[in-house]
Design a protein around this ligand. Structure first.
Ligand code: XMP
Length: 509
């Protein structure tokens, strides 16, 4: 196993995910984890992730120095690169910022960079730089703005990279990580084959004859989790809370899906009016998320009470929590800077006194999809794009009104339809329409009209942590845009969003 120590970078998970994709198991650990704890876990290599702090700041996260005498290879990335240099006797200073694609020039060969060219495209994001290397370290790579962009101590097998090998814009990043696994001597035998049987057995042992209640959304995670729980017990009660800010036709779609899969107990809670009332006039994105999160819990609790009265005691709560949700909500390290409040994890209050059943808690999204295929769930349902818990609330910038919801739903439906018809949908991580609360002029018939601007967003991504805008053929975009303006009242203009994440996020709020 490879341990990834978390210094708060949003790419921390990406590093672990990439290692798993290369066939070695990786887990995230808080940066305060001791060498003794890592030894207990039989760790074969350690990665120090990036992070937003500066190593020379007071209270900046550091590393247990005993890790250096564990005898396992160590790779520092970005903050990790600076931290290794700093604690081993080098120096780190504030420098000019490098952000985005840069060219790395190899200065000296290293095992870590084996098979790479003299010049390589890498992706940078830093404001500090290592300016002096510790004794025994060799400079292996530099960029225009960073004199020490890569270093190595081949004897101790300690490596540092100022750039991020885990992001897709670093052209041969996977090769670098592969080299690191070879240096670690990892077997690379990690696979999820057979995991379904193991998980079902674990659920059976936990659940016994008890009843499990579960909120389902129609999304991939809750679908796969509920299907696994159903394989362990028929005593699962699925509840779909409709907050009214969902995709067009979604409630009907989910009901049919669960019916077709043979779930005996499926319940629908229409709570849209309560949500609309509470969201009236609210424009602050985090406030919207808080209201939706709180109200969701209230409605769900009321449903649990009702079901208990009808069916008897329910002591277990099923959840489709996946690995990144869990680590993000646990704020793995003090360094983790919260970008958004994700309401769907850990939101259900402890006072409900329900024991959690979370079969997917150690898996990444693509592993969840693979598992879903293994247990025979419909491909169409598994390939659905992710949909955020707060739904269209984070795609309607500003106040949510019934008119705006209707507009976004229709535009989103048309865009999705065009993507499916043209075969683009499955190539894309996530695509949707968002409403911008400004009005632009248009000409309809002979008169000028003012209407909203719809932004179409489609991104390719491995796990939503970094994303590139999808290069959709122009004719598909054109068809979607003209259908939207023609059919959705209140829209005069459609734009296509071509920003990457980072610096932008996928959603609009
Ligand atoms: P961002 O916008 O942060 O999105 O680039 C990354 C991924 O997370 C989803 N997302 C959310 N999911 N509650 C959720 O359940 C939220 O508040 C939320 N905000 C973003 C987003 O759809 C994308 O897949």
């Amino acid at each position: 196993m490879i341990a990834v120590l978390d210094y708060g970078s949003q790419f921390c998970h990406l590093a672990a995910r990439r290692i798993r994709a290369l066939g070695a198991y990786a887990e995230i650990f808080p940066n305060t984890t001791t060498a003794a704890a890592l030894k207990n876990k039989k760790v074969e290599g350690v990665i120090l992730s990036g992070g937003p702090r500066s190593v020379y700041e007071r209270d900046a996260p550091t590393v247990d120095k005993s890790i250096f005498s564990m005898g396992v290879p160590i790779l520092g990335i970005c903050y990790g690169h600076q931290l290794l240099a700093y604690v081993l006797g080098g120096s780190v200073v504030p420098s000019s910022r490098e952000y985005g694609k840069e060219t790395l020039t190899a200065v000296k060969k290293s095992r870590l960079m084996g098979g790479l060219g003299k010049k390589e495209q890498v992706w940078m994001s830093h404001g500090d730089s290592v300016v002096k290397l510790p004794h025994g370290f060799t400079l292996t790579g530099k960029t225009r703005g960073c004199k020490i962009a890569a270093y190595a101590d081949e004897k101790k097998r300690i490596y540092g990279l100022q750039f991020h090998p885990e992001v897709q814009h670093t052209m041969h990043g996977m090769r670098i990580l592969e080299n690191f696994l070879s240096i670690c001597g990892c077997k690379r035998s990690y696979t999820i084959k057979g995991l379904d049987k193991k998980l079902v057995a674990e659920i059976k042992a936990k659940v016994g004859n008890g009843a499990v209640i579960m909120g389902v959304s129609g999304g991939v995670d809750s679908l796969v989790a509920s299907a696994l729980i159903k394989m362990a017990t028929q005593n699962i009660y699925c509840v779909f809370v409709d907050h009214g800010i969902i995709r067009k036709g979604e409630a009907e779609y989910v009901r049919k899906l669960y019916e077709a899969l043979g779930f005996r107990h499926y319940y629908y809670a229409d709570a849209s009016q309560i949500f609309y009332t509470r969201l009236k006039g609210v424009t602050d994105p985090e406030e919207k998320r808080r209201i939706i999160g709180r109200t969701f819990i209230e409605v769900f609790e009321a449903k649990v009470k009702e079901l208990k009265a009808r069916h008897g005691e329910i002591k277990l709560l099923g959840q489709g929590t996946i690995y990144p949700d869990r680590i993000e909500s646990a704020k793995a390290s003090k360094a983790a800077s919260v970008i958004k409040t994700h309401h769907n994890v850990g939101g259900l209050p402890a006072k409900m006194k329900l024991k959690l059943v979370e079969p997917l808690k150690d898996l990444y999204k693509d592993e969840v999809r693979e598992l879903g295929m293994m247990i025979g769930l419909p491909k169409e349902a598994l390939m659905r794009h992710p949909f955020p818990g707060p739904g269209l609330a984070v795609r309607i910038v500003g106040e949510i009104t019934a008119e705006r919801i209707g507009i976004v739903q229709e535009a989103d439906f048309i865009f999705t339809d065009e993507l499916k018809k043209s075969g683009q949908y499955d190539r894309i991580w996530q695509a949707f329409a968002a409403l911008l609360p400004v009005k632009a002029v248009g000409v309809m018939g002979d008169s000028r009209s003012y209407g909203y601007i719809i932004a179409l967003r489609a991104v390719t991504s491995v796990d939503g942590m970094t994303a590139d805008w999808a290069k959709i053929p122009n004719d598909v975009l054109e068809r979607a845009a003209s259908r939207i303006v023609k059919n959705v009242r209140g829209v005069t203009r459609v734009v296509y969003d071509i920003t990457q994440k980072p610096p932008a996020t996928i959603e609009y709020e």
